[in-house]
Structure formats: C-alpha cells, structure tokens
Design a protein around this ligand. Structure first.
Ligand code: GTP
Ligand code: MG
Length: 194
C-alpha cells in the first residue's frame, strides 16, 4: 500500500457529515498538540497535507483522507486542552465519543501519546474505553527525537506498564526523524480493504 497516494476527502463537524462508510478507517486520537497531524503528514510523506500548529486545538473537526481508495485516515481534534470551556469539552465528547461508538467501519484508533511525559489519565481512560468497546487500538509514543535512546526505552516501559501492554503492541515514533514510521505503515496496511 502506498501511503503517498493520499487525498483530502472532507472535514466533518457533526456525525451527520461523515462520508458514507465505504472503506475501513483508522482514526488518530490524542491530547491537543501531541503531534497527531504531524504523524499523519509523516505517514503519507507530505509536509503539510494536514495543518499542524504550535498552538493546541488546531484540528477542530474530523478530517478525512483516503489512501489509494482502500483506507480512510481520520485526523481527530485533540482532547485535554486546559483552556477550553466546559461546552467545548462536552462537544468533543459528544462528537468523538459518538463517532467512536457508532462508526461501523472504524477498524483501529491510533492513540498518540507524548513519550516524554508521564501517562495522563485521559489517555489511559481512552484506551480502556476502546478496549471495553472492542475497538482495536494502537498506542504510538511520539516526539521520540527529544529523548536519547536510553531514555526512550525507559519512558516507553513506564507507559507500557501504565497501559498494561507489551512492547510489541505499541510503536515509538518521531514525526521529525521518521523513527517508527515503517512499523506504523506495516501495521496500518493490515487494515486496508483488499
Ligand atoms: P491539535 O490538532 O491541536 O490537537 O494538535 P496535533 O496533535 O495535531 O499536533 P500537531 O501535529 O499540530 O503538532 C503540535 C506541535 O508539535 C507542532 O509544533 C509540531 O511541530 C510538534 N511535533 C509534532 N510531532 C513532533 C515530533 O515527532 N517531534 C518533535 N520534536 N516535534 C513534534
Ligand atoms: Mg491536529
């Protein structure tokens, strides 16, 4: 599967605006500013297919991309940004929660987590909820370029323990260096429609 053959499809602000469930889809979730959009750009080898920003809260809608007419990639708005109103938070929970619960073609949620930091409660809750719903999830620990190799391993082991998973069930990643991108492509290829 050639991830460079990617096209922007649409932005959905409500569940009603989602495209017909034509292809299997992989969604990218994680805290605001963790690097979801940058990860997708690296995955598809485009510098700015997906808008990224130094300021949290850049992605506000579900952004759909198709790869080779066999898979949808869906960039989700981030969660856990402290300076949002109660109303905005509620809207996120309704939109993203409703989407994850009801989307029949959702085959995997990539949960992007910052490798530098301790496990955050919201990340753990999301992964537990995905397990409860039986939606396959792939944790990706990003911004690895900010740590030495030794620290990467140490931090990853702590996150693994917090999420009760094995090292082969997650990927250490960097959008900046491309570390982990081959493993990510390999994993996602298994979900594409044949
Ligand atoms: P929202 O859409 O606001 O939720 O953010 P996002 O999760 O899509 O994050 P985005 O990709 O916009 O990246 C946020 C910031 O982190 C940007 O300044 C990126 O350049 C930076 N960033 C993302 N990934 C990496 C990485 O792997 N390494 C480093 N060093 N910086 C990164
Ligand atoms: Mg984004």
């Amino acid at each position: 599967m050639d991830f460079r053959k990617v096209q922007f499809c649409l932005s959905a602000h409500t569940v009603g605006q989602l495209p017909p469930p034509e292809y299997p889809e992989v969604a990218f979730a994680g805290r605001s500013n963790v690097g979801k959009s940058s990860l997708i750009n690296r995955l598809v080898e485009r510098v700015n297919l997906v808008k990224t920003s130094g300021k949290p809260g850049k992605t506000q809608s579900l952004n759909y991309f198709t790869v080779e007419n066999t898979l949808y990639l869906v960039d989700l708005p981030g969660y856990g940004f402290a300076r949002v109103s109660h109303q905005t938070r509620q809207k996120w929970e309704e939109l993203i929660g409703g989407y994850i619960e009801s989307r029949s073609t959702l085959v995997c949620v990539v949960v992007v987590i910052d490798l530098r930091h301790e496990l955050k409660e919201l990340d753990r809750e999301l992964i537990q909820w995905l397990r409860y719903l039986d939606v396959p999830c792939l944790p990706v620990y990003t911004k690895a370029d900010k740590l030495s190799f030794g620290r990467q391993q140490k931090h990853a082991a702590l996150l693994d323990a917090g999420l009760t998973l094995y090292a082969d069930q997650r990927i250490i990643f960097s959008a900046r260096t491309g570390q982990g991108v081959a493993a990510l492509r390999q994993h996602l290829t298994t979900y594409a429609a044949s």
